[in-house]
Ligand binder design. Sequence first.
Ligand code: ZN
Length: 382
Amino acid sequence: MLIMTLLGLGLTTGLHGSGCVPADLNGDEVVDGEDLGLLLANWAGTNPQFDINEDGVIDGEDLGILLASWGPSRIQSGVFPGSWINGASCSSEPDIQVHRYNDDFWILRQSLCTNFEAPFIYLLFGQDKVLMQDTGAGGIDISGAVYDVIDSWLQANGKESIELIVSHSHGHGDHVAGDGQFQGQPDTTVVGLNSSSVASFFGVRDWPEQIVEYDLGDRIIDVIPIPGHQSAHVALYDRRTGILFTGDTLYPGRLYISNFSQYTTSIQRLVEFTTDKPTCHVLGTHIEMSNTPGDDYPFGATHHPDEHPIQLGREHLVELYEALLAMGSNPVYEVHDDFIIYPLGAMASTDGCCDRPTTVFEFKRLHRRRMELERQARSRQR
Ligand SMILES: [Zn+2]
C-alpha cells in the first residue's frame, strides 16, 4: 500500500508516471511486455510519459533502456519519518534523531538546538563495509550514535565486525566536525577532505570527469565528483535503494554556488548519469525551506516550523539544470518552489550590493559579523 502511495507521488511529479524506475511505464514494479507494448504504441512520438531518457523522442534508445531493466524492480524501498526534529522544543528533542529507512540504510539528523546547520548524516551498510557520509557540525556525540547503529546491525546480521568508512559529501566544517571522534578507532577509516584525498581513496584518476564504483560488499555505490559548491564535493548513487546523495549541491534550501561553471557542469553530470537509472529519491544534507513553496527560514534560524521534507526527486535535478542553463554566463539569485539558486559573488552587478560574499566561508563570516552587530545594537538599546 505504501509503495502505491509512493508511486502516486511519482505520478504527480511527472516521473514517467512510474515511481523511480524509468522503464516501468505502467508503474507495476516490473518491466515487462506491458511496458514494451506501451513504448511501441507510442513509437516515434513525443509523449513525455513514455520518453524514458527524456530526449524528446521515443526511439531505440528508450527501447535499449527498457530491455536493460527487464524484469522485477530490484530496488529496496524504505520509509521516511513524518517529520524530523526541528528545534521546536530543545528541552525534549534529542541531539541526534536516528531513523531507520530500511534494515541497511539509516539516516541521522543533527538537532537544530545543537547547531543551526542541522545537517543530515547517512549510513549505508554492505556486507563488508558501512559507508558513513559526513560527521556533522560538531558539539554532539556522533560516534556514540553511529557505533550504536552499527552494533545493532551486527547483532541483526550475526556478524562480529564491519569496517566503517567515514567519507564526506564535501569538506565544509558543518559536515566534517565530528571526524576526530572516528580517527584512530578500530575498523574505521576516515577519508581526507581535499579533492586529491577523495580522488585517491575512491580511485578517481580523472577528477572531476570520472565516475567510479565503490563496493561495500554486495552493494555498489557510484561516486560522482561534483565540484561547484566546494572543490572536493562528491555525489553518491546507491544502486540498491536508487537514492542519489547530493550533499550541499542540491537540497531543499539555499544552494550556495562558489564556482558557477563548475557547478553547472556537475549538475549536468548528475542529470546524464541518472538518465537511465532508477532515481527514487535525491537526498541532500540540509533543510532550509518550509512546506510553503519558495519560502526559506532566515539564515541561522534554530527553529524550522513546518519543514519541507528532506527528499527531492530527479525532476528537481532536471529543473535545476534547466534553470542554470537559462542563466548562461549571468548567474542570478533565483527562488524555486523547492530550492533556491544562490550564486555567491555573482550578484553584485545585478543588485548593486557592495559586500556580496564570494565563498560559503565568507558568507558565513559576514553573517556572523552582522549578527554580532545586531546583538550589540540591541544591548545598547537596553
Ligand atoms: Zn552544509
